[in-house]
Design a binder for this molecule. Structure first.
Ligand SMILES: Nc1ncnc2c1ncn2[C@@H]1O[C@H](COP(=O)(O)OP(=O)(O)OP(=O)(O)O)[C@@H](O)[C@H]1O
Length: 273
């Protein structure tokens, strides 16, 4: 089992006492499962991913990651356990003046010694690993480009390439497709899914593109107001469930537009003469 949550509630530091980002969330995710998190803005998707990544400590409930209770062990052990998890935040933390090669190799830092990490900053080690990780995202030509010279979408895919050089057993990915056009979004998602499948890693991915989630993930968790509204196999998720999840939320109209764009991405291109 990769994740097991029993009535987990979380609150961000500085938030009001009664303002919970997650409210009594219970769910289990097996090793190798691929799960999409959907729900309107502020539903708690990011908070759930950060909780799974042991970056946000629950205020209530029981959390197990790889059958370990991360908040019941010493911080050094927790740190070691975190190396088995890869969290890709919404905005990848890429230092602007860094070269792409170093930015990608940062994904391997948890498995490197301090000496290896320092050496790589001076002269990148495992350059080929970075190149291979950039290839599926079609960014290999940017290997020595500066991060601040990349477009938003390229930066986002550069952040994803980090996952490929990591040795993580679980990928926690927060809206990886927000800066990508529909075709690239689908390609990028496929790369992540194939990589997870090949290494039997668990993939938990928050998505605003509901149709993309429904077309590609075997299990979908719908969140709203910090609660799990549904947790179902793809085939069991109906249009009515989606409509209810987003009803009266500010995302409702945006979801409809985004879904129309996603459909365009799966239509075969018109052959050119
Ligand atoms: N750093 C923070 N401090 C205080 N409250 C926060 C913080 N981050 C998030 N929250 C609150 O926690 C709740 C859940 O937010 P979260 O970012 O997890 O939602 P989300 O579903 O990922 O939203 P989005 O789709 O807009 O990214 C929201 O009410 C939000 O305002």
């Amino acid at each position: 089992m990769t994740f097991h949550l029993q009535k987990i509630s979380t609150r961000h530091s500085g938030a009001a006492q009664d303002s919970f980002a997650l409210r009594e969330v219970s769910l289990s995710i097996q090793q190798g499962e691929q799960v999409a998190l959907i729900g309107p803005s502020g539903a708690g998707k990011t908070s759930l991913l950060h909780t799974l990544a042991c970056a946000l400590k629950p205020v209530q409930g029981e959390l197990q990651v790889f059958d370990i209770q991360p908040w019941h062990i010493a911080s050094t052990e927790r740190h070691r356990m975190r190396a088995r998890l890869f969290l890709a935040p919404q905005t990848p933390p890429l230092p602007p003046r860094q070269r792409v090669v170093n930015a990608v190799l940062a994904g391997a830092l948890p498995q490197w010694s301090v000496w290896q990490a320092v050496r790589s900053l001076i002269k990148p080690v495992e350059v080929d690993a970075a190149y291979q990780a950039l290839m599926p995202f079609n960014l290999q030509d940017k290997l020595y480009a500066r991060v601040d010279r990349l477009s938003g979408g390229e930066r986002q895919r550069c952040g994803m390439a980090r996952a490929l050089v990591s040795k993580a057993e679980a990928f926690l990915v927060d809206e990886p497709l927000s800066a990508l056009d529909p075709t690239l979004a689908l390609q990028t998602l496929k790369v992540l899914q194939q990589e997870a499948q090949q290494r039997n890693a668990t993939l938990v991915c928050s998505l605003h593109q509901v149709e993309l989630a429904r077309a590609n993930f075997p299990r979908i968790v719908g969140l709203r107001d910090g609660r799990v509204v549904f947790d179902a196999a793809n085939a069991e998720v109906s249009d009515a469930m989606i409509a209810a999840l987003y009803q009266n939320s500010q995302d409702e109209a945006e979801v409809n537009i985004a879904d129309d764009m996603t459909k365009l991405a799966v239509i075969d291109p018109i052959p050119r003469c």
